[in-house]
Design a protein around this ligand. Structure first.
Ligand code: TYD
Length: 135
């Protein structure tokens, strides 16, 4: 459910010349990272996401700027505003997600447990609801 989607604070290494946050497999996040991608140059007013995954686990960070992530398990919706590079949201499989309210220059960094596979996507909301009923 969406209550398994947790907002997590990541460790920070502070320095007057700039801070560092590291994310390690098996430490800060509960899966092996197989793929990293990032979403950028999102025009004002655009929304992204609008799908769920069957098996993929993800950890999502606003590496720069801010955006909202709306998570929905078919029954309950939760919205997180990500606006700090040391905060992230863990998204387990079977969660419909939408991203919106991107600030200009926002970078959405996504750490993923699996390589890209279109077969893992559920891209239609009605199909998602059917899939959740059958689980
Ligand atoms: P998608 O995950 O639908 O984007 P978003 O959730 O941000 O709206 O991906 C859009 C397209 O990008 C998809 O049809 C194929 C391509 N893509 C890849 O080739 N590799 C990837 O790792 C990702 C995430 C997407």
């Amino acid at each position: 459910t969406v209550f398994d989607c947790s907002l997590m604070q990541l460790p920070r290494v502070y320095s007057p010349s700039g801070n560092i946050t590291a994310v390690n497999t098996g430490q800060e996040i509960p899966f092996d990272i197989q793929r990293v991608y990032y979403l950028y140059d999102v025009p004002g007013g655009e929304a992204r996401g609008g799908h769920a995954h069957k098996d993929l686990q993800q950890f999502i960070v606003a590496a720069s700027g801010s955006f909202d992530i709306i998570l929905n398990d078919g029954k309950v919706k939760r919205t997180f505003n990500l606006s700090r590079p040391y905060m992230g949201v863990f998204v387990p499989p079977g969660i419909w997600r939408e991203l919106d309210n991107f600030s200009s220059g926002a970078i959405c960094l996504v750490l993923s447990s699996l390589l890209y596979s279109e077969a893992d996507y559920i891209r239609h909301y009605n199909e998602f609801l059917d899939y959740k009923k059958k689980l």
